[in-house]
Ligand binder design. Structure first.
Ligand SMILES: Nc1ncnc2c1ncn2[C@@H]1O[C@H](COP(=O)(O)OP(=O)(O)OP(=O)(O)O)[C@@H](O)[C@H]1O
Ligand SMILES: [Mg+2]
Length: 275
């Protein structure tokens, strides 16, 4: 990928003020096509604000953000959002719609044919190792938390968006389910080559998933680099401190968490660990 970098999302002097106070400022960086870019930083550092500038949920008060060389604010907002999948910490699946209907939502809006939608739903469920036969027709309340989160991710990628924005998508899940979903999103990225911008406060998660990491602190991007670079050459004491507080549960905690899971989650963990 590194030999062939195509700029895809560009922040140019971008900032956002609320009542004269900056939530984020002086953002100047580029995310490349096909990259898995991870934003890390403490609470209130400006990660979500930065992410939301990409899908126009927030408009910068300073500078601009570009997608494919065109300013975000010059896009037709619906067309823009059709190209961008968005996954949040608590995925809100539509409770009265089945798994298949939830996943096929955007393809449906975009007018895909029924057979095409059905094939896409099956393909996606298989991608995350949920059998279409067993899961297609279930409702969200018949799924575990980890399964709901997986369906939310599938819904976000169903219409083949060019960009996938993920704001702490796994932080509400226990560590084992989180590890499984991390492996699955890494696999989805590898298979589909979607550009992913992923927000987390978990440094281990960032190190595991990222092509490059951007570290945010007090509304600024303080370092940007490959995982080894950030780890081996932290730009300042703040970046260094992120590694000492990195969230690594010990084996006893993991085993106890495994025993608290429901059978579906346990099966997913076994499958991921044992293949
Ligand atoms: N609508 C708003 N009005 C005023 N201030 C806001 C608004 N939205 C965010 N902020 C402020 O902007 C700063 C950055 O917020 P942001 O949500 O981007 O942080 P974050 O890094 O995503 O934090 P967290 O990890 O807690 O989700 C915070 O100080 C927040 O209080
Ligand atoms: Mg946030």
């Amino acid at each position: 990928m590194r030999d062939n970098l195509v700029p895809f999302i560009e922040f140019r002097g971008a900032g956002k003020q609320y009542d004269g106070k900056y939530a984020v400022r002086e953002l100047d960086f580029t995310i490349y096509q096909g990259e898995f870019f991870v934003l890390v930083g403490g609470s209130g550092s400006g990660k979500s604000t930065t992410l939301r500038m990409i899908n126009a949920l927030i408009e910068p008060t300073d500078g601009n953000v570009y997608l494919h060389g065109k300013r975000i604010k010059d896009y037709d907002i619906r067309q823009l959002r059709h190209q961008i999948g968005y996954v949040l910490q608590q995925i809100a699946l539509f409770p009265t719609m089945t798994v298949a209907q939830n996943i096929a939502l955007m393809p449906d809006i975009l007018g895909w044919q029924k057979a095409e939608r059905r094939a896409r739903v099956n393909e996606l469920l298989e991608l995350v190792e949920l059998s279409p036969e067993h899961y297609r027709d279930r409702y969200p309340h018949e799924l575990s938390g980890g399964e709901q989160q997986r369906i939310g991710i599938l819904r976000a990628i169903a219409a083949k968006p060019q960009v996938l924005l993920m704001d702490e998508p796994f932080s509400a899940l226990d560590p084992l389910v989180r590890a499984v979903l991390q492996d699955q999103i890494a696999m989805i990225h590898k298979k589909l080559g979607t550009t992913i911008v992923f927000v987390t406060h978990d440094m281990q998660e960032a190190l595991k998933l990222a092509c490059r990491i951007g570290v945010m602190h007090n509304g600024k991007l303080v370092q940007i680099g490959a995982p080894e670079e950030i780890k081996n050459r932290p730009a300042n004491d703040y970046v260094k401190s992120l590694f000492s507080t990195a969230d690594t549960p010990n084996a006893a905690q993991l085993i106890s968490q495994f025993h608290q899971m429901d059978p579906h989650e346990q099966a997913a963990v076994r499958q991921a660990l044992l293949g």
